[in-house]
Design a protein around this ligand. Sequence first.
Ligand code: PBG
Length: 333
Amino acid sequence: MRPTQAPFPATRLRRTRATPAIRGLVRQNTLSVDDFIWPVFVRSGEGIEEPIPSMPGVFRRSVDKVVEAAREAADLGIPAICIFPYTGIEERTEDCAGAWDPDNHANRAIRAIKAAVPEIAIMTDVALDTYNINGHDGFVEDGEIVNDRTIEALVKMTLSQAEAGADIIGPSDMMDGRIGAMRSALEGAGHQNVMILSYAAKYASAFYGPFRDAVGASGALTGDKKTYQMDPGNSDEAMRLIERDLAEGADMIMVKPGLPYLDICRRARDTFGAPTFAYQVSGEYSMIKAAAQQGWIDEDRVMLESLMAFKRAGCDGILTYFAPAAARLLNGA
Ligand code: PBG
């Protein structure tokens, strides 16, 4: 005898997809303007908004223009902005002294934004690549990227940013032991409330290409970053890095790049439960822009779908060049 079967499917999962109201009701994850950190590029000069050819819609702005951009971002409800300096080859040196100059354009931007747009949180970038003659995140001695001497410089850079008024320090260098060194320096200098968002699981990725154009590092970089950034084949190592950085005093952690590493985001969230961010990096942004410019994909929908993926993977927020455009869509403007 054949087992009796009901003449209808036991579960009709389509029932909960039938209307916008029901879909909204059962939706597990939501994307909101609160989820965004907006990376911006700052350069010298005044009144300048210089387009970056490999990142359509992204500009290098002089400090006054970065302040205007921060004002617009805050008005859109974007909670945080992240400052990356652009430095021409003529401003780069072997000793990277510009990195901790209190008056470098990143620090001037931090001060100016703090004064004009106090409600937006300011995140920084800590790494030597934007000041280094050879484009590396650490000092190079005899062809090697040296760890401990680099950390001394990163600590000075961190303190100069905290003095300028940064809320969140963003070490993107991948040296060993830098989080502990930065945390104790911040404590020692009376900056105990300054946060550290560690680029804990940062991979040696080809998706950073357009960013290196944006900060002027493409021509400068000699060799690759594989001795300090992670091998894309590894997952357990990412967990060890995150665990270490949290133990050394990081408040929040980041996985970078984003979409190709969503498995790492999910693992990080499930393993540590710490505030978890992903960086939708320049190459991810430019791929979407390029395909949209060709008319091959719907830019707005792909943008929002890619951002939602990070929420589904367990991220609390996303660093994304799409922040203002996504905010406008989410705000219904
Ligand atoms: C460098 C840094 C990089 C990015 C952020 N900080 C590039 C690199 O490691 O070479 C990449 C961001 C992006 O691609 O959008 N410290």
